[in-house]
Design a protein around this ligand. Structure first.
Ligand SMILES: [Fe+2]
Ligand SMILES: [Fe+2]
Ligand SMILES: [Fe+2]
Ligand SMILES: [Fe+2]
Length: 426
């Protein structure tokens, strides 16, 4: 395996997630990257150390991860716009807490998660030093400023012409919404035209990259798998009906890979592909994911875009090429009737994930039906293989191991199945 494929840069993965998070609100262009950038500039002015700056950039890039399941998300994100006061109530802090819960167990993101938890807490003349009896980190208050600055530029207008107005809006809330010293640090950075040009620049990734150093993670490492599992949780958490879906697809794909005699490195790639295959679903509004009846033609067109986004986002991460290929082609079909590439002759790994995806979906509850038994699910897989839609060889592997797959379905039905399925996916 070439060197470039054996090591993945953390930076690329974090940026890939932040791009995915921005899919849901295209109206707020690159909101997460902009927030990361402004937070980094404030951290520079404060002369924080390298580790603190990296944590703040990670926090900025992921800060609204907990808001992806909220239909009120757009209102929430736009709450900083003049005339858009948010009446999101408790939700405003709820998504910070949800983001914290999603991210904090992954050790490299632990500090960022703490910052995210309180990123909507106002300073209120010092009362915001604590929230819910807990100290609010400096990084949360930095995010508070950065989040709002990031959202204020109007699209289409010259950014330099807007700078004075945005600075005045931020200054107006010094001491109430924002810490005074952080407004001062922002003011310092905002004197430079380059600050504003970078804020709206399409080259921001190059600007943010140095904050991550050269930290890399091996493709086969547990750390990368943990990270993929965390992303799988963000994807799944959006709908109560898909709460274990990515973990289930990962577990099924890995078991099929083992039964096919694939080497452990390929089985691991199947697991990563399973965890990430629906990444593009972050572009699908939660109301559509949870819809109790059939989708309208318009909604169907929105859903059908998701594997395309999965491919485009994952394939931008050097080292994840196979993961992108195996994961993103899960709606392609052997006879070319799938989408979005209408591909025939998919790689074997993609065929495995395609079968794992259908199997997992059949056995899970959906808004319009209950999850099916192993027997019934495999019967449907057989039918699809007979029609030349799924790979018959792969389906035969599922049939070959009723013990593993049958048990897997049963365990999933138990109320406390989350931990079990996640353990199965590890
Ligand atoms: Fe937020
Ligand atoms: Fe935000
Ligand atoms: Fe999918
Ligand atoms: Fe799926």
């Amino acid at each position: 395996m070439p060197e470039s494929q054996s090591n993945i840069r953390y930076f690329d993965v974090v940026l890939c997630v932040s791009r995915a998070l921005d899919l849901l609100s295209p109206v707020l262009s690159d909101h997460h990257q902009r927030t990361a950038y402004v937070a980094a500039c404030i951290a520079e002015e404060l002369q924080l150390d390298a580790e603190q700056k990296r944590d703040i950039v990670v926090a900025g890039a992921l800060h609204d991860a907990g808001a992806v399941s909220m239909s009120s998300r757009l209102a929430l994100l736009q709450s900083a716009l003049p005339g858009h006061e948010c009446d999101c109530g408790e939700d405003v802090h709820r998504h910070g807490l949800d983001g914290y819960r999603l991210l904090h167990e992954f050790e490299p993101f632990a500090n960022a998660a703490r910052a995210i938890r309180f990123h909507h807490v106002d300073w209120e003349g010092g009362r915001g030093a604590e929230f819910d009896g807990e100290p609010v980190p400096l990084a949360s208050h930095i995010l508070r400023v950065a989040d709002n600055v990031a959202i204020l530029p109007r699209r289409g207008d010259n950014i330099l012409a807007q700078a004075r107005h945005i600075r005045a809006l931020i200054r107006a809330h010094a001491g109430t919404r924002y810490r005074e010293d952080l407004v001062a640090a922002f003011e310092q950075a905002a004197q430079r035209e380059s600050f504003w040009l970078d804020l709206v620049s399409p080259y921001k990734e190059e600007i943010l990259r140095p904050y991550f150093g050269t930290h890399r993670v091996a493709l086969a490492s547990d750390a990368l798998y943990e990270l993929a599992r965390l992303l799988g949780r963000i994807i799944d958490y959006r709908s109560p009906f898909t709460v274990l879906h990515s973990a289930n697809v990962a577990a099924a794909a890995q078991r099929i890979g083992e039964l096919a005699g694939m080497p452990p490195s390929q089985v691991r790639i199947l697991g990563l592909a399973g965890q990430l295959h629906d990444l593009g679903k972050l572009a699908v509004p939660p109301e559509i994911l949870d819809k109790p009846a059939g989708l309208s033609a318009q909604e169907e067109l929105i859903v059908r875009q998701h594997p395309y986004h999965t491919y485009r986002i994952l394939s931008m991460v050097p080292g994840l090429e196979e993961v992108a290929l195996y994961g993103a082609l899960h709606h392609e079909r052997i006879d070319g009737s799938g989408y979005p590439y209408r591909m025939r002759g998919m790689p074997f790994g993609s065929r495995v994930v395609a079968v794992a995806d259908v199997f997992a979906a059949l056995t899970e509850d959906r808004p319009y039906r209950a999850g099916m038994s192993w027997e019934r699910s495999v019967g449907i897989l057989d039918g699809m293989a007979a029609r030349g839609v799924l790979d018959g060889e792969v389906v035969a592997l599922v049939r070959r191991d009723p013990g593993a797959f049958g048990q897997f379905v049963e365990r999933r039905r138990e109320p406390a199945s989350r931990g079990v399925a996640q353990a199965a996916a590890s």
